[in-house]
Design a protein around this ligand. Structure first.
Ligand code: ADP
Ligand code: MG
Length: 905
């Protein structure tokens, strides 16, 4: 089909086609929302037309039909039933679409009153975009859904100097923060937030500095005015109805710009309603442990390398009992802290609940009963809440009250818990009382279904309901009376949506009612195959009365709903704090439960460069092994600066495949990360000198699962580490260099270690299968060899998983191959070949290399070797005196010079 025939027209009166009034209205509304799919309400369906219909039918797999013609062409159409709209919205949003929902703003009957041709008034009531969702059905309860606004400061000259501001908020929970960062940190910050949607200015979207990077993210470019720095502060203040944002803290102009862009976008998508956001708080640069996307993926923090949640660190350590708690735990895991004092505060709370198991159990039981009040509150504020959201607030606040009382009984209240207890007891108890009195036990999902106000709460409502119910009883009595009068015992009064109330008898009895004298009472309405249906004037009158009573009852209920909702939203700020406090308690109690369950200890985090872990275990592998009944072998690690040195150590770990090298590397990184997120750790003892950046890379061959396992990726990622790691960083390099030929790989690994040691001076764990590298320990003072022990037993290799000082004596590749079931003949032949190779290579080339090669620091001077030769040549030339040379001398001198030059590398 030619695109131009289905493209949405931009104006109603173009060309010579006649446009129906409905289409005219559609085209006008669509023109105002060009970048959204338009869900156009028609009765019980949302219909899509033109391009939108084609896009949606493809995306949703629903039938594409047509409706009428536009300029001589069929108009493509598809529709989704209103009651299933959420499900379809969910799928469209997940695919990155934006949807404008257009509702009928009046009863079609109203429109008809204005004349036969008039169209029902319609208007867009909201824009649904990935970053601005509030519905539970569209959200993952246990994860935040962030909207991020990205602004960049205009820097004139150098590209690297660009400064960015990130503002991010979750409108479903009210969290709102801003921060500044540079280009390098930007990727890591975005990786931590996993935004549902990022808004940027058109200009930034097209800018070569960030464009390639933004393209892989869910980005929405917006017109420049949204990012206008001059009006930012005013827009922000207006949203929070304050005179100036200074009350919230000091923000840079760039931060204000990003924050204002965020809220402007929220207002646009929510069409003016203002979800309950907390005032923006500023995240200081360096306040959190920086972890880039590749490291997050490698360490499987929230997802495994194959993309699943089970098997990730998050899934393995999550013992929270509420969705809000799960969200906070994920946040803390994504952004561990760097300030030892703040970390200690979190650890204090956990310790309290580790020590007091009764309080922990009771707390967790009460928390489990507390609903997700942050999200209910957000829906109520934007007018999308239902009766169950009110009930959630009631139950949440009731749980908060009880929790506050229980916390008051604690013998010790560390700062975090004391603050939570205070927030929990803040709301007016009258809110719970009012909601309890007003809400029925069983609640409908939607307020328009009615029946959610408790009987006895409102006199007027009770009376109307009595009238409605009384009339229903009268209907029943009427049936008995008509059966009696007509002598048709099987006569029934029924109800359906088309006819309303009617009397139904079988065809055989129908004759009787159609004849005199009964036909004076019974008025024929419908004859079906087996039944005949009637009404009576009395029944019709009753029906009208019932309908009116039901309508009035619903209207009264909706009024009550608005009153209750206003009561709740009037206390938005205190309720939001309660929600936060509940999450904080849940996380503290959950991490305490985890610590007790898995025998974790409280780590120490200080500002040293030490890193001492005794008896460390891998938090995920340990649990997996336990399920299979196997023990996990605990291991020590000490990367602290050796005596007299000012920087930490590098461990070079060798050992055969399957020995446990990768596990060891990761467990130490995870323990440091868990300590800094404020969690107990799987170890006997742990002392972590605060880490500011965590890097983890895996050699290409280990990385197949991600489907981008090229040597290039490995090198790009390694380059990032060598360029960025400082003394405070912790670097994990697993089999770097194995994605290429042996000598290439060995050389790259060799040079990388020297660089880490001499330039980065960071703490590092480096696993390798290049045994030659162990020779480096002789030259590099802070490099230590470690190996994972194996035992050879009757020609087989037995893995002990025990990390000890020293180098692996050999790689046991053949033994591992044997374990894997390679045919015996192949194994035997391989042993023979190996013996031959080893005989040839007895004198390790690496040992000679280590003596011949100058140290990295010396060799790293810009092209030193060639300078040296050039100097020699210059000197030799200067020493010549051509006037005093015989032709033969001259020729010999020339040969000598040539020889010198040839030694040049
Ligand atoms: P490598 O990187 O040396 O090839 P891995 O770290 O991948 O080895 O470990 C291989 C397997 O050995 C793991 O899947 C795990 O089941 C087991 N393993 C590793 N470390 C330990 C340990 N400390 N205790 C018990 N089993 C372990
Ligand atoms: Mg490995």
């Amino acid at each position: 089909m030619d695109a131009s025939t289905t493209a949405t027209p931009t104006g109603p009166s173009e060309g010579n086609g006649r446009v129906t009034p409905v289409m005219e209205q559609y085209i006008e509304i669509k023109a105002a929302n060009p970048d959204c799919l338009l869900f156009y309400r028609m009765g019980d369906f949302y219909e899509l037309f033109f391009d939108d219909a084609e896009t949606a039918s493809r995306a949703l797999g629903i039938v594409l039909t047509k409706r009428g013609k536009h300029q001589g062409h069929d108009i493509p159409m598809c529709g989704v039933p209103v009651h299933r709209a959420d499900e379809y919205l969910h799928r469209l949003i997940a695919l990155g679409h934006r949807v404008a929902v257009c509702e009928q703003m009046e009863d079609p009957a109203e429109a008809r009153k204005r004349g036969a041709k008039s169209v029902v008034r319609r208007d867009v009531t909201r824009l649904v975009t990935p970053g601005t969702l509030t519905e539970d059905s569209l959200l993952d309860a246990r994860r935040n859904n962030y909207l991020v606004a990205l602004a960049r400061a205009r820097t004139s000259s150098t590209e690297t100097a660009s400064l960015f501001a990130l503002a991010f908020l979750d409108i479903s929970t009210g969290e709102f923060r801003v921060m500044e960062c540079d280009r390098l940190a930007l990727a890591a910050e975005i990786a931590r937030l996993e935004p549902g949607e990022i808004v940027v200015s058109d200009a930034l979207y097209a800018d070569p500095e960030v464009a390639p990077y933004l393209r892989t993210l869910p980005v929405t470019p917006l017109a420049r005015d949204v990012f206008d720095g001059a009006t930012a502060e005013r827009r922000l203040a207006a949203y929070f109805a304050v005179a100036t944002t200074q009350a919230f803290g000091t923000f840079s102009r760039l931060e204000l710009t990003a924050a204002a862009a965020c809220i402007t976008y929220v207002e646009r998508t929510q069409l003016g309603s203002r979800p309950p956001l907390s005032p923006p708080t500023r995240e200081a640069a360096g306040a959190t442990l920086m972890i880039d996307a590749a490291t997050r993926a490698n360490l499987e923090l929230t997802r495994t390398l194959t993309g699943e949640r089970p098997g990730s660190l998050a899934a393995s350590i999550d013992r929270t009992v509420t969705s809000a708690g799960a969200r906070l735990l994920n946040q803390r895991l994504a952004a561990p802290l760097t300030d030892p004092m703040l970390i200690a505060q979190r650890l204090d709370s956990i310790e309290t609940f580790v020590d007091d198991s009764a309080a922990r159990a009771e707390l967790r039981e009460r928390l489990a009963a507390a609903p997700d009040i942050a999200r209910s509150l957000a829906r109520l504020v934007v007018g999308r809440g239902g009766p169950r959201d009110l009930a959630a607030i009631r139950d949440g606040l009731a749980a908060a009250e009880a929790l506050a009382r229980r916390l008051a009984e604690l013998t010790e209240q560390p700062a975090e818990i004391a603050a939570a207890a205070q927030a929990l007891s803040a709301p007016d108890p009258d809110i719970v009382a009012t909601l309890s009195a007003a809400l029925a036990d069983e609640l409908p999902h939607l307020k328009r279904d009615g029946g959610f106000v408790r009987a006895g709460y409102d006199v007027a409502l009770d009376e109307t309901r009595a009238l409605r119910d009384e009339s229903r009883r009268v209907v029943a009595a009427l049936q008995a009376r008509y059966a009696e009068e007509s002598g048709v015992r099987a006569l029934k009064v029924r109800h359906n949506n088309v006819l309303g109330y009617f009397i139904e008898v079988t065809a055989q009895h129908g004759e009787k009612l159609l004849a005199a004298p009964l036909n004076a009472t019974f008025i024929h309405r419908q004859t079906l195959a087996g039944q005949v249906r009637f009404t009576t004037t009395e029944l019709a009158a009753l029906e009208a009365k019932i309908a009116t009573a039901a309508d009035r009852a619903l209207a009264l209920e909706l009024e009550i709903f608005e009153r209750l909702s206003a009561r709740v939203t009037g206390a938005t700020e205190t309720i939001r704090r309660v929600a936060e406090a509940l999450a904080v308690l849940d996380v503290a109690a959950a991490l305490a439960a985890l610590a007790v369950e898995r025998d974790y200890v409280r780590p120490e985090v200080d500002r040293s460069l030490d890193l001492v872990i005794e008896g460390g275990r891998h938090p995920v592998v340990e649990q997996a092994l336990q399920r299979d009944g196997g023990p996990f072998v605990a291991n020590d690690c000490d990367l602290s600066p050796p005596p007299g040195e000012s920087a930490g150590r590098i461990y070079l770990i060798t050992g055969p495949n399957m020995a446990g090298k990768s596990t060891y590397l990761r467990q130490n990184a995870l323990i440091a990360l868990m300590a800094q997120m404020g969690s107990f750790v799987p170890a006997k003892r742990a002392r972590i000198g605060m880490v500011d950046r965590l890097f983890s890379r895996v050699g290409a061959a280990d990385d197949l699962a991600r489907g981008r396992s090229t040597f290039m990726v490995e090198m790009i990622e390694t380059a990032a580490i060598l360029n960025q790691a400082t003394e405070r960083a912790l670097v994990i390099l697993d089999e770097i260099g194995r994605g290429t030929a042996t000598f290439d790989g060995l050389s790259i690994a060799w040079a990388a270690i020297e660089h880490l040691h001499e330039k980065n001076r960071c703490r590092a764990l480096f696993a390798t299968h290049f045994h030659e590298l162990t020779a480096l320990a002789a030259k590099l003072k802070r490099l230590f060899n470690a190996t994972v022990r194996v035992k050879e037993w009757q020609g087989d290799v037995v893995f002990l998983h025990e990390v000890v000082a020293g180098a692996a004596d050999r790689s046991y590749g053949i033994q591992v191959a044997k374990l894997a079931g390679l045919p015996a003949s192949v194994i035997e032949r391989a042993k023979l070949v190996l013996a031959q190779l080893e005989a040839v290579d007895r004198t390790s080339p690496a040992r000679r290399l280590i003596d011949d090669l100058p140290l990295f620091a010396a060799s790293a001077r810009p092209a030193p070797a060639s300078d040296k030769t050039a100097d020699e040549l210059t000197q030799a030339l200067a020493a010549l005196n051509p006037d005093e040379m015989s032709p033969r001398d001259a020729l010999e001198a020339l040969y000598a010079l040539k020889l010198k030059a040839a030694r040049r590398p």
